[in-house]
Write a protein that binds this ligand. Structure first.
Ligand code: RB5
Length: 148
């Protein structure tokens, strides 16, 4: 498993720290790109940091804010990013299998901690299906992104 890039704003800081704790215990390699406290900060800046790393490494990232929505809106502005805001485990699995999601967005104020940790586990462990129809649809998204 490749290194996971993780970041949050103040609204997602506590859940980010919990995810890191689990990653450390279970041996996942990760890089924390901030924020480093619950002091108010701007979520787009953290979405940008993770999106850039995911673009550079063709890897995967996790973004946490209060709702998960701001992070997903911001992250999806970056080319090649397929950020998925998930509040349930079914969506977490489907967005890996069908959308080849490369950033998971979570809302600390929305999703309880244990559920959020299950979502993270399923999202990390589910591979992309590589199905022809899904590849075609992702290619169509790429076309939209490139104004083709
Ligand atoms: C911060 O108060 C909050 O707006 C942010 O964490 C996030 O929920 C935005 O979508």
């Amino acid at each position: 498993m490749q290194k996971i890039f993780i970041a949050s704003d103040h609204g997602g800081y506590n859940l980010k720290e919990k995810i890191k704790e689990i990653f450390s215990k279970s041996g996942y390699e990760f890089e924390d790109l901030g924020t480093n406290s619950t002091e108010s900060c701007d979520y787009p800046l953290y979405a940008e940091k993770v999106a850039n790393k995911v673009q550079e490494t063709n890897g995967r990232g996790i973004l946490v804010c209060g709702t998960g929505i701001g992070m997903s809106i911001a992250a999806n502005k970056f080319k090649g990013i397929r950020a998925s805001h998930c509040t349930d485990t079914f969506s977490a699995r489907m967005t890996r299998e069908h959308n080849n999601s490369n950033i998971l967005c979570l809302g600390e104020r929305i999703t309880g901690q244990d559920l959020a940790l299950d979502i993270v586990k399923i999202w990390l462990e589910t591979p992309f299906s590589n199905g022809e129809r899904h590849l075609k649809r992702i290619e169509l998204i790429n076309k939209i992104e490139n104004n083709l």
